[in-house]
Design a protein around this ligand. Structure first.
Ligand code: NDP
Length: 496
């Protein structure tokens, strides 16, 4: 099947202060389908001054607008309506997501549903935020209030454009904040659609702003502006470090969701069929462009050969193609530059002496000629010291490492600067829990890989980030804590 591409190419506006606007410079960027190079839309290419204007709109909405007086009940209802709006447009949004970032349609459909659920979860949570009272030594009624942080700059990547927007906006709005969201310059279209849904539910102007454009400029302004109270970022670790440094301008609050080099540990007693599925899905879902991808497969030696052979038998089932084509399980990488980065790692893996079992090249054929496709790639005989075992590749490249015993597995698993996710496959529940207890990672799985829930906290240990998103923990980073002490003693203190 050939995927038909719309011939009419729109020039889109971005959403600032409740209005749809172009960039001040008039510059635009072409957004291309990474599967076939088709032009999807033109969007404003904003710079620092556009981000600054959006920050001003947000600042005014927070400091002077009606938003602060909107009750928690009504904030919750806004979020429920956003969830409904996303569901009403689910088909269109999923197709647009697939065209924008390449992922197979089934994955994009899942993302849209999950984004709607995220708004619903935080819509419900808006009315459950509460402070506390404490017994204090003085004759005082002392209590704690939770209040919004204020203006939140939110910077998101290209691998889950709509879902990451939901993860950022939903908790922030539930807590009563205002937001300036900057999607990746490569994939801004579903965030702009989300802005349309948000506009339709009637949030006051300036409460949500979506600025399209590059990190260098618009993103830097969000990270460094003194008018921004909090910056929330998902993306690469190197960028996270830069954002953290920029955020020191006014010591703004910060949350970082960064990379990973996640160990997927299979013990010899694991269910082979389940482990094979989990290893492939962990490594190749979303083309491996996932911060929590199981990119290091640690296999206990007695199972090593059988597991690898079983994986190789299944790899041909990973059909490559345009994500809108029925049956496609892996789309293109997000850009030519990113594919080159991943290919450079494949070259490094070969030079380091790892054994290439499959993939490692671009698929042949006219259907792939205009897209950034790369075959699912598995390296065996990988040593923990190799760069392909240590650095985040962020593509469909799996490194298989054999181990002898539990102690060695834990040591290899933790021998990384990252600490985002990890999984353990075994039928021995005691071992599973013992190993999970030793893994230095914020997200862990037993006998599964990748399921993630809006109700559960998401984030990393070590260089994988700061803070948590999602769940009850996810709203913490969007709340300030204020103590209030009411003197119940009517006599002067008589200190002087
Ligand atoms: P980046 O970390 O560079 O991009 C993420 C977001 O940050 C984008 O919106 C980007 O803008 C923005 N940004 C970039 N530089 C700055 C800056 N100095 N100040 C403020 N914002 C900035 O990811 P890339 O897209 O370049 O990918 C690089 C690597 O990062 C990947 O190969 C992968 O290893 C990792 N990555 C990790 C992700 C994760 O979920 N943990 C997600 C994406 C990437 P723009 O791109 O528009 O210029």
């Amino acid at each position: 099947m050939t995927v038909k591409t719309k011939t009419k190419t729109e020039t889109r506006d971005m959403f600032v202060g409740g209005k749809w606007v172009q960039s001040r410079s008039g510059a635009v960027r072409e957004i291309l389908d990474p599967a076939d190079g088709a032009l999807l839309a033109r969007v404003p290419e904003s710079g620092r001054e556009d981000a600054a204007a959006a920050i001003d709109s947000a600042r005014a909405a927070f400091d002077d607008g009606p938003w602060r007086k909107v009750t928690a009940q009504d904030r919750g209802k806004f979020l429920f309506r956003i969830a409904e709006g996303l569901r009403a447009e689910a088909k269109k949004l999923a197709e647009l997501e697939t065209r924008s970032c390449g992922k197979p349609l089934a994955e994009a459909e899942f993302d849209v549903a999950d984004a709607a659920n995220c708004f619903e979860f935080y819509g419900g949570l808006a009315t459950k935020l509460h402070g506390e009272t404490m017994q204090v030594p003085a004759n005082s009624l002392s209590f704690v209030l939770r209040e919004p942080v204020g203006v939140c700059g939110q910077i998101i990547p290209w691998n889950y454009p709509l879902l990451m927007a939901a993860w950022k906006l939903a908790p922030a709005l539930a807590a009563g904040n205002v937001c300036v969201l900057k999607p990746s310059e490569l994939t801004p279209l579903t965030a702009l659609e989300l802005a349309r849904v948000i506009e339709a539910v009637g949030l006051p102007p300036g409460v949500v702003n979506v600025v399209t454009g590059p990190g260098a400029g618009a993103g830097e302004e969000l990270a460094s502006s003194r008018k921004v109270d909090k910056v929330a970022f998902t993306g690469g670790t190197a960028t996270g470090r830069r954002i953290m440094a920029a955020a020191t301008s006014n010591l703004k609050k910060i949350s970082l969701e960064l990379g990973g080099k996640n160990p997927n540990i299979v013990f010899a007693d694991a269910d082979l069929e389940m482990a094979v599925d989990g290893a492939l899905f962990g490594a190749f879902a979303n083309q491996g462009e996932v911060c929590s991808a199981g990119s290091r497969l640690l296999v206990q030696r007695p199972l090593h050969r059988r597991l690898v052979d079983a994986m190789l038998k299944k790899v041909p089932r990973i059909k490559l193609g345009h994500g809108l084509e029925p049956g496609v399980k892996m789309g293109p990488l997000v850009s030519g530059a990113h594919r080159e980065k991943v290919e450079a790692y494949i070259k490094i893996g070969r030079e380091e002496g790892a054994k290439l079992l499959c993939g490692g090249k671009r698929p042949a054929g006219a259907a792939f000629a205009k897209g950034f496709f790369l075959e699912p790639t598995i390296f065996d005989e990988v040593k923990p010291s190799m760069r392909i075992a240590r650095e985040e590749i962020f593509g469909p490249v799996l490194a298989v490492i054999a181990f002898d015993d539990e102690e060695e597995a834990v040591r290899i698993a933790n021998d990384t600067e990252y600490g985002l996710a990890a999984a353990v496959w075994t039928k021995d529940v005691t071992r599973a829990l013992r190993v999970v207890g030793q893994l230095r990672a914020g997200i862990t799985w037993v006998n599964t890989y990748h399921p993630s829930h809006n109700e559960m906290p998401w984030g990393g240990y070590k260089a994988s980030g700061i803070g948590r998103e999602l769940g009850l923990h996810g709203i913490e980073g969007y709340l300030e804590t204020k103590q209030v002490n009411v003197n119940l003693d009517e006599t002067p203190i008589g200190w002087y």
